[in-house]
Design a protein around this ligand. Structure first.
Ligand code: PEP
Ligand code: MN
Length: 360
């Protein structure tokens, strides 16, 4: 399924000159609330209306969604505004009800995406339909679990697939509700460049003041769309109140966001780009060559250690190297985090080399 251009076709069918925008409340609350929001979103950049009907909540006793009655309200939204509709499904029964009620796009939530059983059940119940199915990343930062979910959908002959990056849960405190871990989304894009990738800044941020920056960052990384929770009275929302924005804030946000080109075919730009890239390629070659030389020396040290029966790991020496390189890095405009990552990787490779020598 890699590099399968057909996977992009559903998005191309929208024929948009801007990212695909999916907006609407976290939860369907009442028919009036839905129509009120939808009416403010029609004739804007928004193409798809979202609303959760069945809500996965961390603790029981919180508002768990209005249930199947909400599907009728979604139908009214579609008939009265022309917006496409979407909702979250978490089992075969949800899928069947959503199909019967003509929902256009189904998404699989982050708590369902962690379970191969649930994803498989949903995939099987969708076999043979031509619905657009969006798979959120699993709550835990496990890229292969996310890949696995996509593969299950694809194997069930679902061709209109997209994914939603909604951040990952961590035990450490940060300003985000769910850590973005952009690297994981980038790796996803590298493996499946033709699967449309949508950012959900609402669930990444958990608070509305961060939504602008996270949305812009996703566009800078060439995401294909945004899913943003939108409510006429965010503070009174029945779920996720702190992260929802009003339709007028969303419209303003869409005006402010800078939409990056996927590419640019201008002669001068291409010339300059190729020149810099040629230099980068040369430096990359030098880097690998020099790392090879470093490992050669490390092998020699490994042989010495073996002869004299000395342990591979020498923490004192290693800490001295790290301290020196962090300072050196600073002088060269490199962050401490980056220098640490690089040197940890180099050190690990060095240890692997020496362990092999000691074993032989
Ligand atoms: C949602 O979109 O309202 C939702 C429950 O999101 P997630 O599955 O990302 O937590
Ligand atoms: Mn929500």
């Amino acid at each position: 399924m890699k590099n399968n251009k057909n996977l992009r076709l559903w998005l191309d069918d929208f024929n948009l000159s801007h990212p695909l925008v999916i907006a609407g409340p976290c939860s369907a609350e009442t028919e009036d609330q839905m129509l009120n929001i939808a009416n403010q979103l029609k004739d804007t950049d928004v193409s798809v209306f979202r609303a959760g009907i069945w809500k996965p909540r961390t603790r029981p006793g919180m508002f768990e969604g209005v249930g199947a009655i909400g599907l009728k309200w979604l139908k009214r939204v579609k008939d009265e505004t022309g917006l496409l509709t979407s909702t979250e499904v978490a089992n075969a029964n949800h899928v069947n009800l959503a199909l019967e009620n003509d929902v256009d796009i189904l998404w699989i939530g982050a708590r369902s995406a962690v379970s191969p059983f649930i994803v498989q059940e949903i995939a099987d119940s969708l076999r043979g339909t031509d619905k657009i199915v969006l798979l959120k990343n699993p709550v835990n930062p496990d890229l292969s679990l996310w890949f696995g979910g996509v593969e299950r959908l694809y194997s069930a002959d679902i061709k209109k697939i997209g994914v939603i990056h909604r951040g990952f849960s961590t035990s450490s405190k940060s300003k985000f509700r769910n850590n973005p871990e952009w690297q994981i989304a980038i790796e996803f894009q590298n493996k499946f460049p033709d699967i449309p990738l949508i950012c959900d800044p609402s669930h990444i941020c958990g608070r509305r003041d961060l939504i602008h920056d996270v949305s812009q960052k996703s566009l800078d990384l060439n995401f294909d769309g945004l899913m943003i929770e939108t409510h006429v009275d965010p503070d009174s929302a029945w779920s996720d109140a702190a992260q929802q924005i009003t339709p007028s804030t969303l419209i303003q946000l869409m005006k402010e966001l800078k939409i990056r080109r996927g590419n640019f075919q201008e002669e001068d730009y291409i010339k300059k780009l190729s020149k810099y890239r040629a230099k980068i390629d040369m430096i990359d070659n030098d880097l690998v060559e020099i790392l090879g030389k470093r490992m050669n020396l490390s092998d020699k040290i490994g042989k010495l250690k073996k002869d004299k029966n000395v342990a591979v790991l020498q923490s004192k020496r290693w800490n001295e190297i790290l301290g020196k390189m962090i300072l050196e890095g600073k002088d060269n405009g490199l962050s401490e985090e980056f220098v640490l990552q690089i040197f940890k990787a180099i050190h690990q490779e060095s240890i692997n080399h020496q362990n092999k020598i000691l074993k032989n």
